[in-house]
Write a protein that binds this ligand. Structure first.
Ligand SMILES: Cc1cc2nc3c(=O)[nH]c(=O)nc-3n(C[C@H](O)[C@H](O)[C@H](O)COP(=O)(O)O)c2cc1C
Length: 378
């Protein structure tokens, strides 16, 4: 079986890198993103299409099963927020081997995002990164929830809630109400919430890094406590250590279940990309430029929380070693987008296959045993 998986992976990799990726990369990036979603939706709507996707990409192994905050995951590799901004491809992710998917970010009102459709996403191929200037475009929580209501999901689904990006001025109560609109619209849909307080591309900045604002938001979430659903907070990549500590301590105080670490990094905060490839002066970077930053934040937060709350690690995961580094630093689950765009959808199964080997090599029988194993609590 191992040999068959290896041959399948090599063929998939070559087909993606030699034929499919060069063709996709001929398209403007936002257009390509939309076409890929349309293609994925069409393929997974037929029995034959589902059979093909599963045969090409699916991989599973019992050592990858993990339970986090009462939710059972077949494997720890999930899709990160921002790929499926309107929650349209939930049937596709299980077929290509994702253990879970975080949809959104959804906002309280319909949000067109930043102006300049067709000039909001840029690939930095040599830097293995994407410059993102979307600004939270999505159809709005109400209509997305209406469409997804009653749907049976095959894997756990995260609902990412953000504040509608429609004003340069910040109003605390309006902003909190906006988050609550999404939280309330999805009460019966999905398995956990992520509250995204870290979009680097909004008009009013990141006002919930401020301790008082965050405290008010978390208090409002306490009141509408979603009894059976975990709530996570998604943190920015480019925070000072005292800002990280403020957010972590507030999460502990309000009994938030965990943190998603991290969002994109601003070009001015990362050295790990080729400056020549940056052709647009707005937005923030995914992929390799955020890889080291997010792992360092994971290590710090794992120590600060004494491993007591869930960490979802995200940023620059391209292979099993990258995922394992975040897990052994303290992440319970992993999310990704850019790795899938650059390496192809087979990378999800390949990361899981590699994780099985890495666990075995370290003498672990489960993901849980590996979490934080190279970041011992001091
Ligand atoms: C095209 C794109 C759109 C994104 N949109 C969102 C979003 O709406 N909400 C969010 O929390 N993060 C968003 N992100 C950030 C990702 O969820 C993730 O934190 C970041 O890309 C690092 O992971 P990666 O290196 O695996 O892509 C987006 C990222 C990309 C590439």
């Amino acid at each position: 079986m191992k040999l068959i998986y290896s041959i399948r992976a090599s063929i998939n990799y070559l087909v993606y890198r030699i034929i499919i990726r060069p063709l996709i990369f001929l398209w403007e990036a936002e257009y390509a993103h939309n076409q890929l979603k349309r293609f994925g939706s069409i393929v997974s709507s037929s029995v034959f299409g589902r059979f093909v996707l599963k045969s090409l990409f699916y991989f599973q192994h019992k050592s990858l099963n993990t339970t986090v905050d009462g939710i059972t995951y077949n494997n720890p590799i999930g899709l990160s927020a921002g790929f499926d901004k309107d929650g349209e491809l939930t049937d596709t992710y299980p077929l290509i081997g994702f253990g879970f998917a975080e949809l959104g970010s959804f906002t309280g009102d319909v949000c067109p995002g930043n102006p300049g459709v067709g000039r909001r996403l840029f690939r930095l191929v040599k830097s293995k990164s994407i410059l993102v200037w979307y600004g939270l475009n999505n159809q709005g929580a109400q209509s997305i929830a209406k469409r997804l209501k009653g749907k049976k999901f095959k894997i756990p689904i995260g609902i990412s809630a953000a504040k509608t990006n429609n004003a340069a001025s910040f109003d605390l109560q309006d902003s909190i109400d906006d988050y609550l609109k999404t939280v309330n619209a999805f009460t019966d849909i999905g398995h956990y919430y992520t509250i995204n307080i870290s979009c680097p591309n909004t008009q009013d900045g990141e006002p919930f890094v401020d301790q008082k604002n965050l405290d008010e938001l978390l208090s409002a979430l306490d009141k509408t406590k979603q009894e059976c659903k975990p709530v996570y907070i998604k943190m920015a990549a480019d925070l000072e250590i005292n800002e990280i500590n403020t957010i972590v301590d507030a999460c502990l105080k309000h009994k938030i279940d965990g943190l998603v670490l991290t969002n994109l990094t601003k070009p001015s905060m990362s050295d790990e990309y080729l400056k020549d490839e940056l052709t647009f002066d707005k937005g923030a970077l995914s992929g390799l430029p955020v890889q080291r930053i997010s792992t360092n934040v994971i290590r710090h937060v794992y120590q600060r929380t004494r491993g007591k709350i869930t960490i979802i690690g995200v940023g620059g995961v391209f292979n099993a070693e990258d995922a394992y580094e975040k897990i052994t630093s303290g992440a319970n689950l992993i999310e990704m987008i850019t790795g899938m765009i650059f390496e192809g959808p087979q990378v999800v199964g390949e990361i899981n296959r590699g994780l099985v080997e890495l666990l075995k090599k370290d003498g672990f029988t489960s993901i849980e045993e590996a979490v934080g194993s190279r970041n011992p609590l001091l």
